[in-house]
Design a protein around this ligand. Structure first.
Ligand SMILES: Nc1ncnc2c1ncn2[C@@H]1O[C@H](COP(=O)(O)OP(=O)(O)OP(=O)(O)O)[C@@H](O)[C@H]1O
Length: 227
């Protein structure tokens, strides 16, 4: 029997703060239960790797934690905010999903400036672009960039914004060897800057370097957990 969640006052991130709490969460999409009876606790500052075969439910779990979809049953809190309080959850979360959320008709420079403005933040956009080798492409429309260049841009945006909880779906997809190392560096920096990380990946040897706690999903259930 899993204890029901109390309703603590929402708190800002600090040591020991629960970042993610899911209790007996089910999600049905169409006729299928895509997430089944999930219980998950992630503490602020932790980094978790989500593993599992194609279709296991990794992306859907990230979307649920980002409040892009709501549980059919069960309950969840993100930094103390109920998952149904979508605005509060979204204020704390950055989801880098399969759809990278870039504006194709803006340039990389414009995308980063826009993201900072949306979060009323400031940051060194030129340095962020140089970091991922996009200086020469900084003023081309994103729609003309390669898949790997777009992934680099999305990763550097994630680091620049430094949200309390970063949910990253397949950070290594489409990247060359140097890009994969860069992804590890950027995610490590995001964590060092205080972000809690949940990374879904098919490359455990890479992801576990950033996020050493591993959870494996199969058929929408957590079937292996190393903590
Ligand atoms: N909008 C939807 N409607 C119905 N079923 C969906 C929807 N989105 C996902 N699914 C189903 O949910 C299951 C889990 O999909 P999900 O994308 O979460 O898996 P995944 O572990 O991320 O897979 P991959 O490694 O291929 O990215 C799959 O069976 C998929 O078909």
């Amino acid at each position: 029997m899993v204890a029901a969640l109390n309703a603590p006052a929402p708190t800002e991130q600090r040591d020991g703060t629960p970042a993610v709490q899911l209790r007996q969460v089910w999600l049905r999409l169409g006729r299928d239960a895509v997430l089944r009876d999930l219980n998950l606790d992630v503490t602020a500052g932790e980094a978790v790797t989500l593993l599992g075969r194609n279709g296991a439910g990794k992306s859907t779990l990230l979307r649920l934690i980002a409040s892009a979809v709501s549980p059919t049953r069960g309950e969840g809190r993100i930094f103390g905010y109920d998952l149904r309080d979508r605005q509060s959850v979204r204020d704390h979360v950055h989801l880098l999903g399969h759809d990278l959320g870039l504006y194709p008709d803006l340039t990389p420079r414009e995308n980063l400036h826009f993201a900072l403005r949306m979060h009323t933040q400031t940051g060194d956009v030129d340095a962020a672009l140089a970091r991922v080798d996009l200086t020469r492409a900084a003023d081309r429309r994103v729609r003309f960039l390669s898949a790997g260049m777009k992934k680099r841009l999305a990763l550097t945006r994630l680091t620049l914004l430094s949200r309390p909880l970063a949910l990253v779906d397949e950070p290594f997809a489409n990247l060359d060897a140097q890009g994969r190392e860069l992804a590890i560096e950027l995610l490590t920096e995001a964590r060092a800057a205080g972000s809690t990380l949940i990374v879904a990946a098919h490359e455990p040897e890479l992801s576990l370097r950033v996020a050493a706690r591993a959870l494996t999903l199969d058929g929408g259930r957590i079937v292996e957990a190393d903590a």
